[in-house]
Design a protein around this ligand. Sequence first.
Ligand SMILES: [Zn+2]
Ligand SMILES: [Zn+2]
Length: 379
Amino acid sequence: MQKNFEKPPLIWLNTLVFSITFAIAAIGVPLYAFTVGIGAEFWWVMFGTACFAGISITAGYHRLWAHRTYDANPVLRFLFAIGGAVALQNSALHWSSDHRVHHTHVDDNDKDPYSAKRGFWYSHIGWMLREYQASRYSDYDNVKDLQKDPIVMWQHKYYLPLTLFVNFGWPIAAGFMLGDVWAGLLVIGVLRLVLNHHTTFFINSLAHIWGKQPYTDKNTARDNGVLAFMTFGEGYHNYHHIFASDYRNGIRWWQFDPTKWLIRASSWFGLARNLKRSSPYQVERAKLQMQLKVARQKALSAPESLFEKAHEHYEQLGTQLREYYKARKKLLDSKAQDLKDHLNHDIDALKKQVDDMRESLAEQKRHWKALLNQIQQHA
Ligand SMILES: [Zn+2]
Ligand SMILES: [Zn+2]
């Protein structure tokens, strides 16, 4: 831990922007609401603006540019560039460069720009308040691919005027149209910005502290449904850190991930394509491996024979999973081929085989759970 006198110098611009906007949101907005009053329409416009800016960060900065999990049409990229300016989180180029370093050196206190191992405050906001990594600040070596995107470079070049224009221009214009410019500036401008900031920052702080680790414990990232709700689906951060090239973070259909839904819907309209997904076999396998590891760590007094049995079962289940997903892919491919050629292949036999495999797999999974429970009893 660094001592006070060794701390790098403050970045005054960031410190002032964060503290002044926070003070206005926490004190100025309630004061104005109670003394002058703020109409419901302002809250609705604030909500819409916050969603536009927030999802530009998650679907644009994060999943499109930092991780290249899909390709987007220029219209969508332009909208994300504008939304990213509304969110005031630096240019997409800079943000993506930081984020790629975060993934490569996650939890490394010297290299990860927002290492969660340095605590909540540091990973949430502290890392932006001082010159912790001044030498790396304009090193864009790890985002050479993004430097070929004219929209990214346009946004990077004009980031300051752009962000000032949208962060003042839009709240003033909306306030003017709704009949109260001050309410527009306070609610749609400042309060919305503070909400956008801290919900995004939660992904670096809370999503590395609070939640479950179903896929890996090699880093601090956590899966957390509550956080997903506040961050447009980015709360499934444990999954994300191990399968970062997947356009989804919440992979089950019921998991709250509006970013995934937006990308998927955009692909129906030709605005997005080449959506990447991880192999379901790899995902399931990672989960099984983690379950076995946790059981071993917890149930120290369990007899070795139980673990031998579990290992054997794990291998069997792995093989069965691989076969099942192979057959399922064959079935899906045949169905697609049938649609294209109108051949009406006899895919019933294949379908029956996949159904049987699914049933047997479910049975094996029940055995697996029972075996894990047996081990847990020794915890
Ligand atoms: Zn990421
Ligand atoms: Zn992370």
